[in-house]
Design a protein around this ligand. Structure first.
Ligand code: 6GU
Length: 239
């Protein structure tokens, strides 16, 4: 998959997405990540990208033209353009699964108080990652790109489960434990040590239901669980 970000601060996206699984996905060519900086498309001596809002108000706005040109540079036929804004649709796993099917995503990241409203119609979707205000769309784009990248076939290896994980079946996952069986007096639940697969599966389901009901009653009440990604290769688990 190809992803481009229109941003004044490419380092805010490039750096966190150079580590761990996404870093490896880039190195192996599963994800091609590029940047287009509106500042590179200005023509004045100061390379101005922002201006005061009409009608008054605090803060500065990103001007439409440099953003438009930066977008035009990377947008092709078939690109899916996403405007990152706290006013957007709330990002969740079902949106991640939807975006993982696209060939090319372009993220427009606002900074300061946002972008001139006339940029909005250029986007196919507006996305927010939650009800709080960030300094810009960049950290939000990082979260979205991370969640989408791990769904690209081949990115996760055997042992990096995508099937029975939190949110894909509409439930939070049961708690996990690793060695030692007793750690500072705290024991691993008996069922997990039993070696009885049926008992373990039943324990996990009951824990997941209980945990979801307590921590996320909204999820517990939700009707339609999202679909799991297509299974593939040796990492696919029979169910
Ligand atoms: Cl996409 N942008 C900003 N600035 N703040 C946010 C957000 C996006 N999503 C949640 N908060």
């Amino acid at each position: 998959m190809r992803v481009d970000a229109v941003t004044l601060f490419p380092g805010m996206i490039d750096s966190p997405l150079s580590e761990s699984i996404v870093g490896r996905a880039r190195a192996e060519g599963f994800l091609e990540l590029g940047f287009s900086n509106p500042r590179d498309f200005t023509e004045d001596r100061h390379r101005t990208v922002d201006d005061k809002p009409y009608g008054g108000g605090t803060g500065m706005l990103m001007m439409a033209e440099p953003v438009y040109r930066a977008l035009k540079k990377v947008k092709k036929r078939g690109s899916f353009v996403i405007l990152m804004t706290p006013k957007g649709r709330r990002f969740d796993q079902s949106v991640a699964l939807e975006l993982a099917k696209k060939k090319h995503l372009v993220f427009i990241c606002g900074h300061y108080e946002g972008i001139d409203e006339r940029i909005t119609p250029l986007a196919d979707m507006q996305l927010s990652i939650g009800d709080y205000v960030l300094t810009g769309g960049e950290p939000a784009a990082v979260a979205v790109i991370d969640a989408v990248t791990r769904l690209i076939p081949g990115v996760l290896r055997k042992g990096d489960a995508t099937v029975n994980e939190t949110f894909t079946d509409g439930l939070l996952e049961a708690p996990h434990y690793t060695r030692p069986a007793v750690w500072r007096g705290s024991k691993v639940p008996e069922a997990l040590l039993s070696g009885n697969h049926k008992l373990i599966a039943d324990w996990r389901i009951s824990q997941a239901k209980q945990l979801t009901g307590e921590a996320r009653p909204d999820l517990a009440a939700a009707p339609a669980p999202v679909k799991v990604p297509a299974k593939r290769g040796r990492s696919a688990k029979k169910k």
